[in-house]
Design a protein around this ligand. Structure first.
Ligand SMILES: C[C@@H](N)C(=O)N[C@H](C)C(=O)O
Length: 201
């Protein structure tokens, strides 16, 4: 997928998708067989939760991985206030770097990396950031760190970025392959960002 063909989270077509609360429970990935990283942990344990459908898909994806490789769950549910903070912080960073940009431009650019709070799938428990680790729990080379922004990574956070080593490309293909087979959808601007395909169910 080329960068220009990615539909950004700020696109009005995304906001126009009807959303319906289905009452699916939020479950704690720490007690459902997934390795959960603590870098995003919060006192309430919110970060380790996702909707049951997302958790089931992650478990299916994990079962499809080759031996010695595991998923590492980074961040699931985000309270709306946290999503707002992420979005505002990144928008402010872009505004400082581009003082000539208008609000709409800033919103679009920010949405490459963080969803606008009013449509954010993390705040529905329907998205997760995830990577791969080896048998010793060491993160595999994915070309950038988890949560690298487009600026920090010179665009290498885009899933199909051209400026990647062969190893990083292979590891991304492994991750993306098992997650999409399990029914999760990658946001093409960020290799680690996955949402559930609720609209297809
Ligand atoms: C902040 C980043 N890891 C992330 O989760 N981005 C997606 C697009 C989101 O905020 O929904």
């Amino acid at each position: 997928m080329s960068a220009s063909s990615i539909v950004l989270m700020s696109d009005r077509r995304v906001a126009a998708i009807p959303v319906q609360e289905r009452g699916e429970v939020l479950l704690d990935a720490r007690v459902h067989g997934l390795m959960v990283d603590d870098r995003k942990q919060d006192a309430a344990g919110a970060w380790a939760h996702v909707r049951r459908g997302v958790l089931t898909r992650l478990q299916q994806a994990q079962a499809l991985l080759p031996g010695g490789v595991q998923l590492l769950f980074i961040e699931g549910y985000r309270p709306p206030s946290l999503q707002r903070r992420y979005f505002d912080e990144y928008s402010d960073e872009l505004a400082r770097a581009h003082p000539d940009w208008q609000a709409a431009e800033l919103r679009e650019a920010a949405s490459r990396f963080v969803s606008p709070p009013e449509i954010a799938p993390h705040s529905a428990g329907a998205a997760v950031d995830v990577t791969l680790v080896d048998h010793q729990g060491r993160e595999l080379d994915m070309g950038t760190r988890v949560n690298a922004s487009p600026e920090e990574s010179d665009g290498a956070c885009y899933t199909d970025a051209p400026n990647l080593s062969g190893r990083a490309r292979t590891n991304r293909a492994t991750l993306g392959g098992v997650l999409s087979t399990a029914g999760l959808i990658n946001y093409g601007t960020e290799w680690c960002s996955q949402s559930s395909s609720c609209v297809q169910e």
